[in-house]
Design a binder for this molecule. Structure first.
Ligand code: RIB
Length: 306
């Protein structure tokens, strides 16, 4: 039987602009296309779990506006429980401006808006959702004290905790790290958070991952884009290659990976099987534009050959 997943995180309205090359400071460039879509790291991860068939609820906050309504109706379409989302009066739904270059790489600016109102009091009122869940999935686009509270409460209740440390803050407290079961930085986040001088080779990535194991994280999974994923824990260091595809937009590929990974665990797959499943899902996501729109359905992932 599938277990229950609770995502606590951000919901944004994304404006993605594709261009040949990103502008540098002081430069003006022409964009090619513009796309409006539903995004936000929390909502994207919840959407991946919903699209792939998981039992999923999201807690977070949107404004009482059209963008918030659009976001909720998209999540509901994929059977994500949104009943307990907070609707904040007088504050707009979070927005993200995304630049995507010709190689599908992106730069993102997030204006948090209502996401900043995803506070501890609101979560206390939704204690029932914590109790009912088996897996708690978090990212860092909501206030840090809310993340700290969620992880602490989740652990007290015996839940499995997944933290995707994006966007990377200056520091993450040891109090948080010691309670994390799965920590999923990308290379840039790992370099910054583990205070590495450089990442030139796999040994540098291992060194960064071990920094977090020493702080009490149980499993570190570093997502390396077209170079796959490195799993590091006390028992093993294992590299999982990526599925070869032509990337056109990598927005939400990490979110798709995180969501699909937890979905795998919730269905009783092993960590290794869940990583393979999630790598397949994100290999499809990078071939499509946008955030939630790019996340594949279950049957599409199942068609990807090993
Ligand atoms: O991870 C991609 C997401 O980051 C986008 O959907 C955007 O909203 C930002 O939160």
């Amino acid at each position: 039987m599938k277990k229950n997943i609770l995502v606590i995180g951000s919901l944004n309205a994304d404006i993605s602009i594709s261009m040949e090359k990103m502008p540098i400071i002081g430069e003006t460039v022409f964009g090619e296309t513009i796309k409006y879509s539903n995004g936000g790291k929390g909502a994207n991860q919840a959407c991946a779990i919903g699209k792939l068939g998981g039992n999923i609820e999201i807690l977070g906050c949107v404004g009482n506006d059209e963008l918030g309504k659009k976001q909720i109706s998209n999540l509901v379409k994929y059977n994500i429980k949104t009943d307990n989302l907070k609707i904040q009066e007088g504050i707009p739904t979070g927005t993200a401006i995304i630049y995507v270059d010709k190689n599908g790489k992106n730069s993102i600016v997030v204006i948090p808006g209502a996401n900043n109102f995803c506070d501890i009091n609101y979560l206390r009122k939704n204690e029932e959702s914590f109790i009912k869940s088996d897996y708690l999935v978090l990212q860092l686009e909501i206030p840090m004290e809310t993340v700290e509270y969620s992880i602490k409460r989740g652990k007290e209740l015996g839940k499995t905790i997944i933290l995707n440390p994006a966007p990377a803050p200056e520091n993450i407290s040891e109090e948080i790290l010691k309670n994390i079961d799965y920590f999923t930085p990308n290379e840039t986040e790992l370099k910054h958070l583990a205070k590495l001088e450089k990442i030139d080779c796999i040994e540098d990535i291992e060194k960064g991952a071990k920094y977090f194991l020493d702080k009490g994280v149980k499993n570190v999974m570093v997502t390396l884009g077209e170079n796959g994923v490195l799993l590091v824990n006390k028992e093993e260091i294992k590299h999982f290659p990526a599925y070869k595809v032509k990337a056109i937009d990598t927005t939400a590929a990490g979110d798709c990976f995180n969501g699909a990974f937890v979905l795998g665990l919730s269905e009783g797959k092993s960590v290794e099987e869940s990583i393979v499943f999630a790598s397949k899902a994100s290999s499809i996501a990078v071939t499509r534009k946008g955030a939630q729109d790019s996340i594949p359905l279950r049957e599409e992932v199942e068609k990807v050959k090993d």
